[in-house]
Design a protein around this ligand. Sequence first.
Ligand code: G6Q
Length: 539
Amino acid sequence: MIRIPLTSRMAWQALQEHATESSSVHLRDLFRADASRGERMSLQALGFYFDYSKQRVTSETMSLLLQLAEDCGLRGRIVAMFRGDKINITENRAVLHTALRAPRTARVEVDGRDVVADVHAVLDRMAAFAEQVRSGAWRGYTGRPIRTVVNIGIGGSDLGPVMAYEALRAYAVRDIQFRYVSNVDGTDMAEALRDLDAAETLFIVSSKTFTTQETMTNAHTARSWLLDHLNHDAAIARHFVAVSTNAAAVSQFGIDVANMFGFWDWVGGRYSMDSAIGLSTMIAIGPENFRDMLAGFHEMDEHFRLAPFAKNLPVLMGLLSIWNTNFLGAETLAVLPYDQYLKRLPAYLQQLTMESNGKSVTLGGTRVSYETSPIYWGEPGTNGQHSFYQLIHQGTRLISCDFIGFKRSLNPLGEHHTLLMSNLFAQAEALAFGKTSDEVAAEGTAEWLVPHRTFEGNRPSNMLLAEQLTPAVLGKLVALYEHIVFVQGAIWDIGSFDQWGVELGKVLAKRIAAELNAADEPAPSHDSSTNALIRWFRA
Ligand code: G6Q
């Protein structure tokens, strides 16, 4: 297949020219020139109100970006993903997280097998188990019900469950505690176990491969702790369940395969929070809420698959991030949820976006000549305003922001929500329009102080609003970002679904661990710095 380099595409070149021509245009001018810009550049879909009028774009920018999407074959790529083609070419795998939330009646085949039936079989088993734990019918080895669930996993087997648990806490049972242990640093496990009663603790060992060093180390430590307290191997079956694709390793660990919840190689770790990896989420919020969340994911999948690009949320947000990254030079993208429950969303999105699109060769294997994934980061509002927002307002870098907010609070308390939302809208406004030196001077500011108090503005942002944070809305939100990543990857022509950098870390750590334990000299293959570090640690 002949691949046209992205930078040789006509739409790309037109965008470059257009970016140069419009470089001096300010959002103030754009709004002044079009009184209806705020409504025109907004979209209501799936219960979201999405306003992108504060992006530095015109109608021409948008039509060039949409043309770029067409030229890059985004349409065909979407079809290929949903159909189950092996688009993860370096691992020869299908990419079918969308099948995890397909309704029971759907059919998606991988190698001739309908995977939707498999998905629902696992969901049903998860639901039965979750109900048992929630109702107290599931008893620990000494006959007591479960009071704490500890999820042991890392990366994709941790960040999604943690984020979803925090996000949906308002829907969670309050008489069971949930803890998440991921770091191989013993402190993580020690602090999680410190005040727990083994007789009332359930461990979910979540690992797609069941070989990940951190997770296996933590799982073995948890098992020893449990056996120290309950003194019998038979206790393992009542206090450990597994989520994995590796039945052999699960059973070797001592977990009854009857208590294993499976998933498949076509689910990437960072795309797995709605698979069995979400077992802790389901125990927390209950099967019905979990299914609502899946329905939300599915609704966004269908929107992504079917909506015209000009009215397609993931396509628009993906293209806007391309514009900011590749044509305006923004290196980072701040995700700023004005909702305390979404406090772990930025961390979750860091993995989703940067592990997926932190790549520098095209699918054809040649080095890219343009930037790929921006750095995603963020904190919930309003905390960030008293910290790093300063740099977004007045620093030298261009940072684009995704603001997220809700009309109704899950905890309506006096004036809190109105204040929260007024901060949200005010920040987006200030970033876009700034404050000119004339305006500052007109306030009676001393001349020497004027430059310090002037805000350039012209800082681009998206505003994404919804009625209230519900399981379905969370599902839509996560699917939205999953598909934004897909759009970006399709335009950049990179493989969004492998993670060789993560694999490298897994191999390297094992090698050095053996050397840290050995008494002899470090293997000469290391550099002088690494050898010295190993000697320092051993001494
Ligand atoms: C995700 C990555 C990575 C993975 C972890 C845990 O896409 O592949 O973050 O989820 O390394 O892997 P296991 O689930 O196999 O333990």
